[in-house]
Design a protein around this ligand. Structure first.
Ligand SMILES: NC(=O)c1ccc[n+]([C@@H]2O[C@H](COP(=O)([O-])OP(=O)(O)OC[C@H]3O[C@@H](n4cnc5c(N)ncnc54)[C@H](OP(=O)(O)O)[C@@H]3O)[C@@H](O)[C@H]2O)c1
Length: 337
């Protein structure tokens, strides 16, 4: 099994290296790719050094079985043919192919089998905020169909990549040392001491692209007609996104039944003792695999509604871990070339 990581120097690329090592992913060889910015740089994987190769249109992917791509949408679009032409399965973290009819969009806890039908050799990893929400809502949807979702996200700086995470740290440094922020580049406004109610570009309907990803991708992954209305917000946590989620089911559900379903759901960790100040927080879910969920309670404004709070490491479950779990599933069912 030969594995490639495209975008190895990035926030998600680096997480792939950690997760593949931690999970002892069954592989014999590894090859790393990047642009001219990181080509030649060396990274350690399980005690061995690997040099980043320049991503080019050639036959470098000839012997690759699985290629994890996390180098942005335009790179994925440009190189998909080069990556897949010799039979490699491309598991893509960008949004380039997510809504294409001939590309499955997969969260293993929800729709693993969709990964088996991939006419273009591409499997799309969904949007990070959407992945974490559907992992939590799937066991509830199994109790009673979810018709509507209202969600507000609290997304960390690292969701915009390694340089964005560094920018937030730099802004706090400037505030302490100089009393004002000078560096505003990766976000549209100062993020330190602030929240920004815009993630990704604004669309014609005044929702952002990130919010429309939550609407469209949730339907595709859950094979559902559910409607999701989202407000996605950047906050100044460094790692791990959080979400406040209201959902309306066809039949009214008891909170106790929801908690019970969440307790046994794969990929979910219930942390729910609010009377004793126990609920999920991003500092705790950072670096962890599960999506943490708590504050489960009845919606006061809707008899068929309930509400909960979740938080999860979006570089892990929202990106690299989900992609590796897809690959593990393909290996388990014998579906790699
Ligand atoms: N960060 C998250 O939480 C998260 C979550 C879900 C999905 N994603 C998606 O994952 C992808 C990567 O995100 P990230 O946060 O890791 O970004 P990042 O930290 O900015 O890293 C971007 C990576 O892409 C590589 N790259 C850019 N242009 C390239 C090119 N022309 N050829 C080869 N490599 C190229 C960069 O390599 P060089 O250093 O060599 O330029 C770098 O390794 C994006 O599509 C993002 O939307 C991110």
């Amino acid at each position: 099994m030969k594995v490639a990581i495209v975008g190895a120097s990035g926030a998600v690329g680096q997480e792939f290296l950690h997760i593949l090592a931690e999970r002892d992913f069954p592989m014999d060889d590894l090859v790393l790719f990047g642009s001219e910015r990181s080509a030649g740089r060396k990274y350690n994987f399980k005690g061995k050094e690997y040099e980043v190769k320049l991503l080019q249109h050639n036959d470098d992917f000839k012997d690759v079985d699985i290629a994890f791509a996390s180098a942005g949408g335009s790179t994925s679009e440009e190189f998909a043919e080069t990556i897949t032409k010799h039979g490699a399965v491309m598991i893509d973290n960008s949004s380039a192919f997510r809504m294409c009819d001939d590309v499955p969009l997969v969260v293993p806890e929800v729709n693993a089998a969709d990964a088996l039908t991939r006419p273009r050799g591409i499997i799309a990893n969904p949007n990070c905020t959407t992945i974490m929400m559907v992992v939590v809502l799937k066991p509830i949807d199994d109790l009673s169909h979810i018709r509507k979702i209202h969600v507000s996200s609290y997304q960390s700086a690292s969701g915009a990549g390694a340089a964005a995470m560094a920018e937030l740290q730099q802004q706090y440094k400037e505030l302490v040392e100089e009393g004002r922020v000078k560096t505003v580049d990766k976000f549209p406004h100062q993020l330190a001491y602030n929240v920004i109610p815009q993630i990704d570009k604004m669309m014609a309907n005044d929702y952002t692209k990130e919010e429309m990803k939550m609407f469209n991708e949730t339907r595709k992954i859950m094979h559902s007609d559910v409607r999701t209305s989202a407000t996605c917000v950047r906050v100044s946590s460094l790692r791990s996104h959080s979400e406040s989620v209201w959902f309306e089911t066809e039949k009214p559900l008891e909170v106790a039944d929801i908690r019970k379903a969440l307790e046994t759901a794969p990929g979910v960790f219930l942390v729910d003792d609010p009377q004793n100040y126990v609920y999920p927080m991003p500092l705790e879910s950072a670096g962890k695999d599960d999506v943490y969920v708590g504050r489960v309670r009845k919606d006061l404004a809707d008899d068929n509604g309930n509400t909960l709070w979740l938080t999860g490491d979006q570089i892990r479950k929202g990106a690299a871990l989900n992609a590796v779990q897809i690959a593990e599933y393909l290996i388990r069912v014998g579906n790699v070339k």
